[in-house]
Design a binder for this molecule. Structure first.
Ligand code: VG1
Ligand code: CO
Length: 543
């Protein structure tokens, strides 16, 4: 089978965002577009030669084509072995785990996460490095720079590979192992959680609804929740992965998983309802009559985690991305463990995990995970909640109320303004940046600004600096307004406005988030002026 070196020209737009390279499918279908990016990775990350490479994706449209191309290019670029999920499927956390388990040199994860799929939808690639974490910023910058000068790529031609047949196949010098996408991940989950106790919880009548949203977690949920833990088949919704995710938007939040909110508020609500996103790294948690915000879920799991088998040794540290509400900080204080505030994007947690300074972390964007892998992990969060329910015998609502009484309640909402022009988004960011120095000391309603500035992060492990990571206006511990620009969109610019308010008053604990945040939203409009500067009267999306 010949290895060919083919001529190509750079595209100049292959800059990775918050989580890899994400574009419209049509962009990826341009001649050599995918090859250019992959070759740039092989050229820059030369350590992949002679190593194992993990490959998988969320099953969306173009997944298979991309995987065949990646395998043929791996063979031509000196990779010793490729481990690929059967049918091309691997959830993001399972892929990260496989990189660690097989001591691979890295992995390609083909996903655009929760973005819609299909010929008119999105596609994406994440390159993860040895150890399982997403490529750090320094590396993605070098890959991007290289992609601007690339002139040729290498590919093995005439490859004959059956992606649906498990076992080892040979491609020239390279070995390809097609693996069951669930097996190793399921074993990892068994090592962390008390499966006997969860099985018992189901047997005694505990009820669950899990929505895989026609994306990658379907087979994982079927094997783990139904076959191993004994949940009835009817506990799963949309468990069959589809190339277009059934035309839906597999983004588990209050808008795109509205049906779960209705479910938990209706007759016959389950004890726990949950959903995951396209690539299986996000999670949404609800109990009977209650939605648990991601920031709360992180804090509540932090408070209960040491009861679960994999975490009995206690927590080494906690962390959250900067816009995520500060509920977990209160738990860290009570547990006397370090608590880190990192920029948005899971890659910033990796060094802390590797250094043994972090056990559990999360983001407001429905992401939670622990040191067991280097990606956020949707099903892990569902299992953690199931285990907490089974262990404590409490309901989700009881756990939440007990938590709020002890630590205070953090109300949180994210307002997204999508499809803005780059200029409009930049003008809002700039106006707030310019206003920040004048804000401290100013009073708005019941709150006074204690700090207002741009967030930068010095990695405590490798000393690298990430600047321009969003702007925040802090009102002591009581409230906070954060503004940043999204780095995952594929159309126009998106501004995200994050509102957080903490209440310790017993009478306030039953407010809903809208009521609690209404005054802060008004203050945000006065300070950030999105309406005034962009003409937008309201956000497109509130989650
Ligand atoms: C968004 C979220 C961020 C998350 C990222 C990737 O990024 O805000 O918290 O890590 O998506 O998630 P941004 O830059 O658009 O705000 V996923 O599930 O796409 O891997
Ligand atoms: Co995702």
């Amino acid at each position: 089978m010949p290895i060919r070196e083919l001529q190509t020209k750079p595209y100049n737009d292959q800059k990775s965002g918050t989580a890899g390279l994400r574009k419209k499918v049509a962009v990826f279908q341009q001649p050599h577009y995918l090859e250019n990016f992959l070759q740039s990775v092989f050229d820059v990350e030369t350590s992949l030669r002679g190593k194992t490479l993990i490959i998988g994706g969320d099953g969306r449209y173009y997944n298979r084509e991309a995987i065949y191309t990646a395998i043929a290019m791996a063979a031509a670029n000196g990779v010793a072995k490729v481990v690929v999920g059967q049918g091309g499927l691997l959830s993001t956390p399972a892929a990260s785990h496989l990189i660690r388990l097989r001591q691979a040199g890295g992995g390609f994860l083909f996903t655009a996460s929760h973005n819609p799929a299909g010929p008119d939808g999105d596609f994406g690639i994440k390159f993860n490095v040895a150890g399982g974490g997403q490529a750090p910023e320094g590396l993605t910058t070098r890959i991007y720079e290289h992609s601007k000068t690339i002139q040729r790529y290498r590919v093995a031609e005439g490859m004959n590979l059956d992606l649906d047949r498990r076992g080892v196949q040979k491609l020239e010098e390279m070995e390809i192992e097609v693996v069951d996408c669930v097996e190793d991940y399921a074993a990892l989950m068994q090592s962390l959680f008390d499966f006997d106790r969860i099985r018992d919880w189901f047997r005694k009548g505990g009820t669950l609804r899990f929505d895989a949203m026609h994306a990658v977690t379907g087979p994982y949920a079927q094997r783990i929740l139904v076959e191993q833990l004994g949940a009835p088949g009817s506990a799963l919704m949309n468990a069959c992965p589809l190339e277009d995710f059934g035309g839906g938007h597999p983004d588990p939040n209050l808008i795109y998983a509205r049906h779960l909110v209705e479910l938990v508020n209706g007759a016959g609500a389950p004890d726990l309802a949950a959903a995951s996103d396209g690539d299986g790294d996000r999670n949404m948690i609800l109990g009977r009559g209650i939605f648990i915000s991601p920031g709360d879920s992180l804090a509540m799991l932090a408070a209960h985690l040491d009861k679960l088998p994999g975490y009995r040794g206690g927590l080494k540290g906690l962390a959250r991305s900067m816009p995520t509400c500060r509920a977990v900080d209160q738990v860290a204080k009570a547990l006397r463990v370090e608590c880190h505030e990192t920029p948005t994007g899971w890659k910033f947690f990796a060094n802390l995990f590797d250094a043994g300074r972090l056990t559990l972390c999360g983001e407001e964007s429905f992401g939670t995970s622990s040191s067991h892998t280097r990606e956020k992990d949707g099903l892990w969060a569902v299992l953690a909640w199931l285990n907490v329910l089974a262990h404590t015998g409490l309901s989700v609502r009881q756990i939440a109320q007990e938590h709020w009484r002890r630590f205070g309640r953090h109300y949180f909402a994210r307002h997204d303004y999508e499809g803005l022009s780059a200029a409009a988004a930049a003008s809002v960011m700039q106006a707030l940046a310019e206003a920040c120095p004048q804000l401290p000391g100013k009073r708005y309603g019941e709150w006074s600004v204690t700090q207002a500035d741009e967030f930068g992060y010095r990695d405590p492990v490798d000393g690298s600096l990430a600047v321009g990571q969003g702007l925040s206006v802090v009102f002591g511990d009581a409230a906070r307004i954060v503004l940043r620009q999204s780095g995952t969109g594929t159309e126009g610019a998106t501004l995200r406005l994050y509102l957080e308010r903490c209440e310790k008053l017993e009478t306030a604990l039953d407010w809903d988030a809208n009521t609690a945040l209404a005054p802060l939203a008004q203050i945000a409009e006065r300070i950030v002026r999105i309406g005034e500067l962009t003409g937008r009267k309201a956000p497109n999306l509130i989650t």
